[in-house]
Design a protein around this ligand. Structure first.
Ligand code: UGA
Length: 435
């Protein structure tokens, strides 16, 4: 099949490369000429394991193309995915659909024959209806369908998530679009990936409901961690005991400094807004957003308390800055609020991250960066682990202890065994383990 993907960002590129790998002919379109030039030269604009290799293989097989001009890119395409950003509107937290509707108008202007226009971007309920209305009003003579097909990719594991999905959700309103979308995903169908066809509104809401539920799960276990700390229980045992119940499941029950990233915080805010717009406020989701925001700064205050309450001119080393491992993404990372809190209290911050330091420079204030975790902790009064990168899981604690001025270790991801940290000479604090 001939497929166009508009928006060569995270979702667009991963989807484009994977669809090409299924054997489709895919053109990824982006209005940014530098991005297209870089992609044509094999340079990826994002950090995602395996993406550069998958892209290169499909480009050389003649199945994957990059194009700046939308009219050229969508020519003869049977399916046109819209995968542009839907950022939070600063004024009210709702998803900003400017890019989606701009692209819709452009598609309408250049559509030549029947195509299925698919919203892949995370869009609020009713957006696909509006896309249909816009195209119909601009091109009443053209036959087309609009489908909703949300993505469930995790950064750092996106290719696996695309190729071996738990499910594919497709919202359609007509049989022709349904048949086309089934053909797009036929290779996965053969792998028995469940494909769920719904109406468009249910498909759009499924994406928000899934993300908000996962965010709730995390927030819930974080609250249990707080209770564990006060009562002397161990949140990891509690999470395991809960997770073995098949109705609950073990995933997304890792207590930590709160969720961040480009999706959960934004989608939670947008769902809250949808609830308010339709006069059905979602009290649970509102609480999740509020509790999570407060938690990030509270983690900063925890580090301060671990240092005795006064950290003026103290050096605090922060290891791990990105919102999670295997990405360079700093969007809404807990490290931002934590470091802000440390700065406000007068500390100097030393930092190390395996991939995110370039991005971190753009969002963090006055931080000194080091290329190695041991250099970052040298001379520090305390060290905080904020992201559970593999390379931070096996640090030589004795060596670290020897390099530091004072030896306080605040492990916000529970990646060390308390007894071992104590044996290495640290005053050790983690999350929900009563230490
Ligand atoms: C999330 C969803 O997991 C994807 O299914 C979805 O497609 C994606 O958003 C999206 O909407 O595009 P992602 O933001 O890449 O993916 O990252 P996650 O692995 O879900 O982690 C999100 C945050 O939750 C991170 O800050 C992580 O540290 C935190 N988290 C996750 C916890 O604190 N505890 C957990 O047990 C799990």
């Amino acid at each position: 099949m001939k497929i166009a993907v508009i928006g060569a960002g995270y979702v667009g590129l991963v989807s484009g490369a994977c669809l090409a790998d299924f054997g489709h002919e895919v053109c990824c379109i982006d209005r940014d000429p530098r991005r297209i030039e870089n992609l044509r030269a094999g340079r990826m604009p994002i950090y995602e394991p395996g993406l550069a290799e998958l892209t290169a293989a499909n480009v050389s097989a003649g199945r994957l193309f990059f194009e700046q001009d939308l009219a050229t890119g969508i020519r003869d395409a049977e399916v046109i995915f819209i995968a542009v950003g839907t950022p939070s509107r600063p004024e009210d937290g709702h998803a900003d659909l400017t890019f989606v509707y701009d692209v819709t108008r452009e598609i309408a202007a250049h559509l030549k024959g029947y195509a299925v226009i698919v919203t892949k971007s995370t869009v609020p309920v009713g957006t696909s209806d509006e896309v249909e209305r816009i195209v119909r009003s601009l091109r009443p003579e053209i036959e087309f369908s609009v489908a909703s097909n949300p993505e469930f990719l995790r950064e750092g594991a996106a290719i696996g998530d695309f190729k071996i999905p738990d499910r594919i959700v497709v919202g359609v309103e007509d049989d022709r679009a349904r048949a086309v979308m089934a053909a797009v995903y036929r290779p996965l169908f053969l792998n028995q990936a469940p494909m769920l066809f719904t109406d468009r509104r249910s498909s759009e809401l499924t994406k928000y409901a899934a993300n908000a539920f996962l965010a709730t799960k995390i927030t819930f276990i974080n609250e249990m961690a707080d209770i564990c700390e006060k009562t002397g229980a161990n949140v990891q045992d509690v999470a395991r005991g809960m997770g073995l119940d098949k109705r609950i499941g073990p995933k997304f029950l890792h207590a930590g400094p709160g969720f961040g990233g480009s999706c959960f915080p934004k989608d939670v805010r947008a769902l809250i807004k949808t609830g308010q717009d339709f006069d059905v406020p979602s009290r649970i989701v509102e609480a999740v957003a509020d509790v999570n925001e407060r938690r990030k700064r509270r983690m900063g205050r925890r580090i301060i308390a671990a240092c005795g309450g006064d950290i003026r001119d103290r050096v605090i080393a922060v290891l791990g800055l990105t919102f999670k491992p295997r990405t360079d993404d700093m969007r809404e990372a807990p490290s931002i609020a934590i470091i802000q809190t440390l700065h406000d209290a007068g500390a100097r911050v030393h930092a190390f991250d395996p991939a995110g330091m370039e991005q971190a420079r753009e969002v963090l204030g006055d931080v000194t960066y080091f290329r190695d975790p041991y250099q970052a902790v040298a001379g520090a009064d305390a060290v905080a682990i904020v992201t559970e990168w593999e390379s931070l899981r096996a640090l030589d604690l004795k060596k670290m202890h020897g390099l530091m001025r004072r030896s306080i270790l605040v492990d916000l991801r529970n990646i060390y065994v308390p007894e071992q940290a104590v044996a290495a000479g640290f005053t050790y604090l983690s999350v929900g383990r009563g230490d």
